[in-house]
Design a protein around this ligand. Structure first.
Ligand code: AMP
Ligand code: ZN
Length: 490
């Protein structure tokens, strides 16, 4: 579906509205107009996942954001190169370049080879992107293990320029020699020095120095290791992003993104490596996505609060309703996921699909210039999706716009929002096919549904969840649709 639109806009001339595009740039600490390095072109690098575990709903947030950027640039007729790396070596479990390689740990945990772990979780990541209607057409997904030569070459360059030193544990980058180290996000290096964490590697010269290449230890029995000019080992985590971005986007490119957790260490290290090797400026605009919390807490294995997209689907909530929910907040706002919030978003999304299919008719009129301008102004203003979504509802309520024009305008918005509205019809038919009316359901199920309605009415959501699980075990899923509870046979 989306491909048809892309074809049209790939051939059209750039038509950035008068308002221009603005981004909040972490590098300068302010909102700035976007000026591409080359007119009509944009290069973007998004730090990708470490493929040692399932992609959870928090991981999905930065890639929905990357997709919005891509769709916005394509909408405006830019030619773009987009890179999302796959980290399949070198990311360690501990800080300070210590601990086990997450991939090796995953392989041990699951009794698999490293290659099997990498393939399995990369596929899971890509499947998540597909379900969230993230457009991967033309996106490059380079893997760190397939770019060892490029990483070694970059470390060589840094060595030749005098930025590295050798320890028993590996080759390190000397951050003191890179004068502007820590500039991204204004990292307080003095504070870091004073409150110095006890260095686990005593040979490190400064607390912020980091590994470029680590030597393999025989007792680690690593599955993934390579020969190098310095000895057998594996690359440090940060060097892959500098090496692969320069390969696919050039030494200097437009936009670099990632989660806020990457600012203090990973992204400052990428800047240090790339600018020490190739000169400034590595990436011109640095955009960071705030974290998604669950019930007010960080997502963590130890808290056991990880939620995956499949858990959302098990509740009969489509992944696109989750995408819709993400769009209702600005990417720089920390968001708190709750099932109640998602269910409310699902109701709104369902209503949007229903209105699109049943109320607006089949005729497609003309895009409303007034709404289009307001919508693009919101999106161009640092991807303000919450405002864009609010505008969508304003449009639906506006009696001065015809149904056919509303339909055309919604489809125009959807080229950027990516809610796949053109597919709403199929989507609704599919979900109706399997629906069982509550009256026709077995008595046992009807009783459970009634008890659950009572629990919800008295706000006992824990009990309501337990009852839903029981309904689920009996072969039905229950969805709180806007028209009331809906049963579907599994
Ligand atoms: P990782 O696989 O841990 O390197 O993470 C992949 C991407 O997901 C990075 O850009 C992280 O910053 C981001 N990320 C991880 N957890 C969350 C979360 N809870 N909310 C938003 N982004 C996250
Ligand atoms: Zn990175």
């Amino acid at each position: 579906m989306a491909l048809g639109f892309l074809k049209i806009f790939k051939t059209s001339a750039p038509r950035v509205p008068d308002t221009g595009i603005f981004f909040y740039n972490t590098l300068t600490g302010r909102k700035e107009p976007f000026r591409p390095l080359k007119a009509g072109r944009v290069g973007m690098y998004h730090c990708g996942p470490t493929v040692y575990g399932y992609t959870h709903i928090g991981h999905a947030r930065p890639y929905v954001f990357a997709d919005l950027l891509k769709r916005m640039f394509r909408y405006h007729g830019f030619t773009l190169t987009q890179v999302i790396n796959i980290t399949d070596v070198g990311h360690l479990t501990g800080d300070e370049d210590q601990g086990e390689d997450k991939i090796e740990e995953g392989a041990k945990r699951e009794g698999k080879t490293a290659a099997e772990v990498i393939t399995f979780y990369t596929d899971d990541f890509l499947e998540n992107l597909r379900k969230l209607n993230i457009d991967t057409e033309g996106t490059i997904f380079p893997r760190a293990t397939e770019h060892i030569l490029e990483q070694v070459a970059l470390i060589r360059t840094l060595e030749e320029k005098g930025y590295t030193y050798l320890t028993a544990d590996g080759i390190y980058f000397d951050t003191v020699l890179f004068k502007s180290y820590g500039a991204l996000g204004n990292i307080n290096l003095v504070g870091l020095e004073e409150g110095k964490r006890v260095p686990i590697n005593p040979e490190k010269k400064h607390p912020t120095d980091f590994a470029l290449w680590k030597f393999s230890k025989p007792e680690d029995k690593r599955q993934q290791e390579w020969e190098s000019p310095w000895g057998k080992g594996f690359p440090g985590w940060h060097i892959e992003c500098s090496a692969m971005s320069s390969k696919y986007l050039g030494h200097h490119f437009d936009i670099h993104t990632g989660g806020v957790d990457h600012i203090p260490v990973h992204h400052n290290n990428e800047i240090a490596q790339s600018e020490a090797a190739f000169g400034p400026v590595f990436a011109k605009y640095w955009l960071h996505v705030a974290h998604l919390m669950i019930d007010g807490k960080k997502i963590s294995k130890s808290l056991g609060n990880t939620i995956l997209l499949k858990h959302i689907e098990e509740r009969n909530i489509p992944p696109l309703a989750y995408r819709y929910w993400l769009l209702t907040s600005h990417y720089k706002t920390q968001v708190n996921f709750t099932w109640q919030a998602l269910e409310a978003a699902h109701r709104a999304f369902f209503k949007l699909q229903r209105v699109f299919v049943e109320e607006l008719g089949v005729k497609k009129g003309a895009v409303s210039p007034r709404y289009q301008k307001s919508f693009i102004t919101a999106i161009n203003d640092d991807i303000n999706t919450s405002q864009a979504v609010a505008l969508l509802w304003d449009l639906l309520k506006d009696d001065s716009v015809s149904k056919a024009d509303k339909k055309a305008t919604l489809l125009d918005f959807d080229r950027i929002l990516g809610l796949d509205l053109a597919e709403s019809q199929n989507f609704m038919e599919e979900s109706r096919k399997q629906t069982v009316s509550i009256e026709q359901a077995p008595q046992e199920i009807r009783t459970l549904v009634e008890e659950r309605e009572k629990a919800r009415a008295s706000k006992d959501f824990a009990k309501a969840d337990t009852l839903r699980d029981k309904i689920n075990s009996a072969g039905f899923t229950l969805e709180d649709s806007p028209a009331g509870a809906r049963l579907t046979k599994i």
